[in-house]
Design a protein around this ligand. Sequence first.
Ligand SMILES: C[S@@+](CC[C@H](N)C(=O)[O-])C[C@H]1O[C@@H](n2cnc3c(N)ncnc32)[C@H](O)[C@@H]1O
Length: 254
Amino acid sequence: MSELNLNTYNSDAVIKWYKHLNEITFVEKKIFETHKDLLASSKILDIGIGGGRTTAYLLDKCKSYTGIDYSKGFVDAVKKKYPNADIRLADARDLKAFENNSFDLVNFSFNGIDYVGPEDRKKIFNEIYRVLKPGAFFFFSTHNKDHKTFDQFPWLDKNNSFITNLKTFVKLLPFLPRHLKQKRKEINLNDYSVINDSAHNYGLLTFYTSPQFLKKQLTHHSFNEICLLSKNGETVSDDKLDDWIFVTCKRSSA
Ligand SMILES: C[S@@+](CC[C@H](N)C(=O)[O-])C[C@H]1O[C@@H](n2cnc3c(N)ncnc32)[C@H](O)[C@@H]1O
């Protein structure tokens, strides 16, 4: 899983795709604006920066900004774009470059946390807990396994026209052999799944969690004040969450 995902995130095509992604989403803006006083006084660790979408937004709004990614291609691209920013090559599973209790906020946007398997996901929660100050915030998003679109063929999207779905099918057709190969590595459990969805032409194995398991796991890793938000930034019941779950929570103060 690890090798496939890192190769995809280091590929020229994917780096080019993220290069033009500059806007933050409605819910991200809502979360950041709700906490704008916190941002202004915060030392932020932004994990999985990709092409620097959140770097563009956060860099001037916080006291201190460090952005990391495990893809050298992305790190080089963002360093070029923001030569004065603290941008480093580092893996969320091992944040040894950072001391205990050193950040006021950790951000891991656009489901970046979903590109490791179940055991590595635990390592990431432990590492983020370790580098956060007691009571400090963690913002991220993750794929929702309980959403109706989970593991649906992308060319059967009911919101799209027949022609759009046909074009999607034709575009993905050459990548179906790769999909069939990766499908053998999929995991499907009640609490979570790891599947080869169609993102980046079936180039990734992606972790999907149920909202219930997500809350259980965060609680287990000593995060509290857990809020699961919809794409319009509202706290809703688990069954009303979107395909992406937006999360704000805090490291326990102990
Ligand atoms: C879906 S992209 C999102 C990029 C960016 N955060 C954005 O919002 O546009 C996920 C990013 O997380 C990075 N990533 C995935 N696993 C990682 C890990 N274990 N450590 C650091 N970065 C990781 C990938 O290289 C990629 O840049």
